[in-house]
Design a protein around this ligand. Structure first.
Ligand SMILES: Cc1cc2nc3c(=O)[nH]c(=O)nc-3n(C[C@H](O)[C@H](O)[C@H](O)COP(=O)(O)OP(=O)(O)OC[C@H]3O[C@@H](n4cnc5c(N)ncnc54)[C@H](O)[C@@H]3O)c2cc1C
Length: 248
């Protein structure tokens, strides 16, 4: 997880363990595959319309923490102050394009001790080797591994015009160009597209902050777009929203 102290900390086993642990504690209180379509304050409470498949329901709540991306919050939260609505609509998102590479090496590779390798001029801009965190004992190297190839922003948006197969071939060719040793050990490459990969800042973005941070009564915004996009901010703004609910 990135944090202010980037590159932050790693969760051995994958960052998905974090929400899985939360969901175990919350149990049946979580509704999966359920989309909020309207959130509206009404007489000291909040009405939340949701749809799950073809089933529509409305929930009444004393408070609602809205942790959806900014452009979704702008769409589903009704009767927002005009400056907050404008600020939510103004948050800019850039594309992310990633590929997971499964490798089958039986010996240490040149990327072995590197967590992130910058690759200017390649189809991807960075190679991530998250497995570095698992390989603290070089005398006990297990076979196989995985890499993550990353491209962001305009470069990602351009590549995303291509099919998955074409992206895989470009990434494969450039990975082998960067590390010829990869040719013998790539088992599989899976592409993942993130059209709204991350909110990003620009000159003037700061002028939106007051409208995003203002109290909204029984509705509370949370999410990485409120600050710098990483999991620490996502968790902290969620925590701050929960604290605001408790203090009411
Ligand atoms: C490829 C990639 C790699 C990353 N790597 C890292 C990393 O290594 N370290 C790090 O710290 N951060 C990383 N990030 C950033 C991190 O994932 C985000 O900053 C973080 O997930 C943001 O959390 P969030 O809760 O604000 O938003 P999201 O994680 O986007 O959560 C928003 C949720 O709202 C849901 N939603 C949307 N619309 C509705 C609706 N109408 N009704 C109900 N639910 C809705 C979505 O399904 C989603 O689950 C990465 C991001 C990407 C894309």
């Amino acid at each position: 997880m990135w944090s202010k102290h980037s590159p932050g900390r790693n969760l051995v086993g994958g960052s998905a363990l974090f929400p899985l642990a939360l969901s175990e504690r919350l149990g049946k209180k979580i509704l999966y595959d359920t989309q909020a379509t309207r959130i509206q304050s009404a007489d000291g409470s909040v009405e939340v319309d949701v749809v799950a498949g073809t089933t529509r329901s409305t929930f009444m709540a004393r408070h609602c923490i809205v942790a959806a991306p900014a452009f979704v919050a702008a769409q589903i939260v009704k009767d927002l102050p005009s400056d907050t609505l404008h600020a939510l609509k103004s948050i800019r998102y850039g594309a992310f394009l990633t590929a997971a590479v499964l490798t089958a090496e039986t010996a240490p590779m040149p990327w072995e001790r590197h967590y992130a390798i910058s690759t200017p001029g390649r189809a991807f801009s960075t190679i991530f080797n998250q497995a570095t965190t698992l390989r603290e004992d070089p005398t006990n190297r297990q076979p196989g591994g995985s890499l993550m190839l990353f491209r962001g922003a305009k470069g990602a948006a351009q590549l995303m015009q291509l099919s998955d197969r074409e992206i895989v071939e470009r990434f494969r060719a450039d990975l082998i160009a960067e590390f010829p040793e990869a040719a013998s050990c790539i088992s599989e490459i899976v592409v993942q597209r993130w059209e709204a990969g991350a909110p990003y800042s620009w000159p003037g973005r700061g002028t939106l902050q007051a409208a995003l941070a203002r109290p909204l009564g029984s509705i509370h915004l949370a999410g990485d777009y409120l600050e710098f996009p990483n999991m620490e901010v996502a968790a902290r703004t969620g925590r701050e929203a929960a604290d605001a609910v408790r203090s009411n």
